[in-house]
Ligand binder design. Structure first.
Ligand code: GLU
Ligand code: MG
Length: 440
């Protein structure tokens, strides 16, 4: 790079279509800019993934906002193969006087965490496990999970891990996954806000690196209707005010503490309404089907990958303590959903369960899709919405869930989703998946 060209840093926000957008300044100006941020506008929350603004939207052409960069959340790496470093700082959207803006999903997550802590003393530890596929690489066919499947892409995997490490997202494992040309990358558990920031950084760094290989990464939930899905699995656990783990209780079913059980009950109770917030596109609903290892019913289970809430295993090798490893995985999420909003909604639903002191839901074994309607009813199992439209209706029908947000925010969200539904009306699932594949 020409040494007189100063690299840029992007101040970003992630929107209701999970698109990360922002404005950039030269790196040396970041500190100065941080005090008042960069310009933004209300109508941006009504942007669709198709470079249009949902119409109608509650905002119109007037109004201005700022994005204040969170300097504690800077993700920078010079290892993406680009001319200048990747440098991204997530920010909070505020009014011109610095007051939080009602449409900022990062603020929603921070507020949900603060309310959970105030009401229960609990903090959330979280991690996002993300699957994606690579197109355009002309890879030789390879066996799922095989040595060859990862090595044929060399040096993609080590370069991605190095870039993520340098950016500070603490990557853990990279896998050549089960699907065709599918990969997965995980990061170390951390506080929930940082986890959502890392989720965004991982997507953007992965996309940039694959672009610079001349390939295309897609995090879309289904690259084709019958393809293996690309899931986003959100793992969570709780610590108390002293930082001690409180999710685990070996004396109780599933080893789930009473508090974690109440939290899960709240999530399952509101799950039909939450689904559109965590699986937000038309193609999301081709993934949320039985026998896809995604999730399809309001279902808590111990170590079962078909469940929506899966109690994850712990290892005792070398005498390791299970309490701190113990966590629950929410599997009805994908990368067309905003990760801040997803986590905020899960936490708000869990908090409802805690406030109502709900009992731990039954641990389901077996396959809900093969049970009789009576069996499902006795276990409280409800099918998740089967289309984006039904999911949006389920959200709007649950006034507890809509009550967590400003009405104009729900109106904006519904506007974007309706624009998405209208965009694909009458199209074949294969063409719909193909469009999303290129967009995500
Ligand atoms: N690909 C599956 C999904 O769509 C997940 C497979 C796994 O358990 O990792 O969520
Ligand atoms: Mg996986």
């Amino acid at each position: 790079m020409n040494p007189v060209v100063e690299p840029l840093v992007a101040i970003v926000t992630t929107d209701l279509s999970a698109v990360t957008r922002g404005r950039s300044v030269t790196q040396s100006r970041l500190e100065k800019v941080a005090g008042t941020g960069i310009g933004w506008l209300q109508a941006n929350i009504s942007l669709t993934p198709f470079n249009s603004i949902a119409n109608p939207n509650p905002w119109g052409s007037s109004g201005d906002l700022r994005i204040l960069p969170d300097l504690n959340a800077r993700y920078r790496t010079s290892l993406t193969g680009a001319e200048t470093p990747f440098d991204m700082v997530p920010g909070d959207i505020v009014e011109l006087d610095g007051k939080p803006w009602l449409g900022c999903t990062r603020t929603m997550l921070r507020d949900a965490l603060a309310d959970l802590k105030a009401a229960t003393g609990l903090s959330v530890v979280a991690t996002f496990e993300q699957e994606f596929q690579i197109f355009g690489a002309d890879f030789r066919a390879a066996h799922s999970l095989s040595m060859e499947a990862l090595r044929r892409a060399d040096p993609f995997a080590p370069q991605l891990m190095a870039a993520l490490e340098q950016a500070g997202v603490s990557p853990e494992v990279i896998i050549a996954e089960f699907g065709d040309d599918q990969f997965e990358v995980t990061h170390a558990p951390t506080d929930a806000l940082t986890a959502a920031d890392r989720c965004v950084a991982i997507r953007e760094i992965t996309r940039e690196l694959t672009r610079n290989f001349g390939w295309e990464a897609t995090f879309a939930p289904k690259a084709a209707p019958d393809a293996v899905g690309n899931g986003v699995h959100i793992h969570f656990s709780f610590v108390d005010v002293n930082g001690d783990p409180v999710t685990y209780d070996p004396a109780l079913p599933g080893r789930l503490s009473a508090k974690a059980g109440s939290f899960c009950a709240g999530v399952l109770r509101h799950l039909p309404a939450l689904t559109v917030l965590t699986a937000s596109s038309v193609s999301s609903y081709y993934r949320l089907k039985p026998h896809s290892w995604s999730s399809s019913y309001t279902w808590l289970a111990d170590k079962d990958r078909e469940a929506t809430l899966r109690i994850c295993p712990t290892v005792s090798i070398g005498g390791r303590d299970p309490a701190r490893q113990f966590n629950i995985e929410y599997r009805a999420a994908d990368a067309t959903a905003n990760p801040y909003l997803s986590l905020a909604a899960i936490i708000r639903a869990g908090l409802e369960g805690l406030k109502a002191n709900l009992p731990t839901p039954p641990l389901v074994t077996g396959d809900p899709s093969e049970m009789t309607a009576e069996e499902r009813q006795s276990l409280g199992l409800v099918r998740l919405p089967e289309t984006l439209e039904a999911a949006l209706e389920a959200l709007q029908a649950d006034t507890v869930v809509t009550g967590w947000f400003a009405p104009v925010f729900i109106q904006s969200f519904a506007g974007v989703k309706r624009a998405e539904i209208a965009r694909f009306a009458g199209m074949e699932p294969a063409a719909i998946c193909d469009t999303y594949r290129k967009l995500y």
